[in-house]
Design a protein. Structure first.
Length: 140
């Protein structure tokens, strides 16, 4: 059976018919081999995101005392800004972990809608946290 699946995180329809578009939402549908190939790319990009942001957090470990309210050299922001920035970085790391898990599920031929949704939500939280820090810093 050559089942084709819609990869939209909000649809996920499946069909055994040889169609190019999802009958429910109109987005492209993919066979098992195409999904596994895309899953390898998603997994690799998730691992790269975790590595880059994790390395950045480790190199900026001077933010940790600032987040607790202790002034540190090299960071001129407030404790609130330091905590919010660390939250944003943690959300980006969670985005990478979610996409890594999504890619692994795609390679295994399973649905990745839940992990993809989690990745989208954590990315939105990271963008919001970084925007809050920028707005807070521009107000000083």
């Amino acid at each position: 059976m050559n089942e084709r699946v819609c990869l939209s995180p909000f649809c996920g329809a499946r069909t055994t018919k040889p169609v190019l578009r999802c009958p429910a939402c109109g987005r492209p549908v993919f066979g098992r081999d195409e999904i596994a190939r895309r899953g390898r790319h998603v997994m690799l990009l998730g691992l790269i995101l975790v590595g880059v942001i994790g390395g950045l957090v480790l190199s900026w470990s001077s933010l940790l005392p600032s987040a607790a309210g202790t002034p540190t050299p090299g960071f001129r922001g407030t404790g609130f800004e330091a905590r919010t920035l660390l939250f944003g970085f943690a959300a980006l790391i969670l985005t990478g972990v979610s996409f890594t898990a999504s890619g692994a599920l795609m390679i295994a031929g399973r649905s990745s809608r839940t992990t993809t949704r989690a990745g989208i939500l954590s990315f939105a939280a990271a963008v919001a946290a970084i925007a809050i820090v920028l707005i807070s810093a521009s107000g000083r």
